[in-house]
Design a protein around this ligand. Structure first.
Ligand SMILES: CC(C)(COP(=O)(O)OP(=O)(O)OC[C@H]1O[C@@H](n2cnc3c(N)ncnc32)[C@H](O)[C@@H]1OP(=O)(O)O)[C@@H](O)C(=O)NCCC(=O)NCCS
Length: 186
């Protein structure tokens, strides 16, 4: 199974002892502000097991994210096929970090490694990113990665009650537009 490293970070397999911190961040209303509700420990355990199964089966997916120097668990970052039932198909990049890990450039750094993996090892022609219209922090990560908003692919999620969480925006990055190596801070 693939493990990715960046200057500061490691994207790695999930371990059972990640569950305490994974469940804690999924119970944090600030981390879950743009999702339909917080997750209980059982739902977090189920997602952790699913992420690990997908990583083992495919060699890629939603990796656990840690600081290389200390082993501190930060959350998750990775790639996954977009959900079924949308008007488009493809692979999306995604990120979810515990609140204390925001504001360090970790999501952009980790996602950059996931994009490079997707464009090289998986030879994807394009990588997408999807979030709710109000999730401006996540859209800022997309723009820092060089992704561009594609309004033609924006959609309303019928599974979510109409409101701020149901409207989704879609960003995309074609392979030939990826800047290789570290993304500049400016
Ligand atoms: C979305 C999310 C991952 C963004 O995290 P983030 O820390 O804002 O994003 P980045 O990793 O790109 O960090 C950028 C910030 O780190 C700062 N930073 C500090 N040190 C840095 C460094 N060495 N290099 C780069 N940036 C650095 C940047 O200035 C920027 O700060 P700003 O937000 O004040 O402008 C985070 O808010 C999150 O986990 N949210 C909850 C889950 C979620 O909504 N996920 C997305 C679902 S689609």
């Amino acid at each position: 199974m693939s493990e990715l490293t960046t200057r500061r970070l490691r994207l790695r397999a999930w371990r059972e002892d990640d569950l305490d911190e994974w469940a804690e961040m999924n119970a944090d209303p600030q981390v879950r502000e743009h999702f339909p509700g917080v997750l209980d420990r059982e739902a977090s355990a189920e997602s952790l097991a699913r992420f690990q199964r997908d990583l083992e089966a495919r060699g890629w997916g939603w990796w656990a994210l840690e600081v290389r120097a200390t082993g501190e668990f930060l959350g998750m970052t990775g790639l996954d096929p977009v959900e079924d039932g949308l008007a488009f198909t493809g692979v999306e990049a995604g990120w979810r970090l515990k609140r204390a890990a925001w504001g360090h450039g970790y999501a952009t750094e980790a996602a950059g490694a996931a994009l490079d993996f997707g464009f090289t090892a998986l030879a994807l022609p394009e990588i997408l990113a999807v979030t709710t219209a109000g999730n401006l922090r996540s859209q800022a990560v997309m723009r820092r990665l060089g992704m561009r908003h594609d309004p033609a692919r924006d959609f309303t999620d019928p599974a979510v009650p109409p409101g701020p969480l149901s409207r989704n925006v879609v960003y995309g990055l074609p392979r030939d537009e990826r800047r290789c190596g570290p993304v500049p801070r400016a």
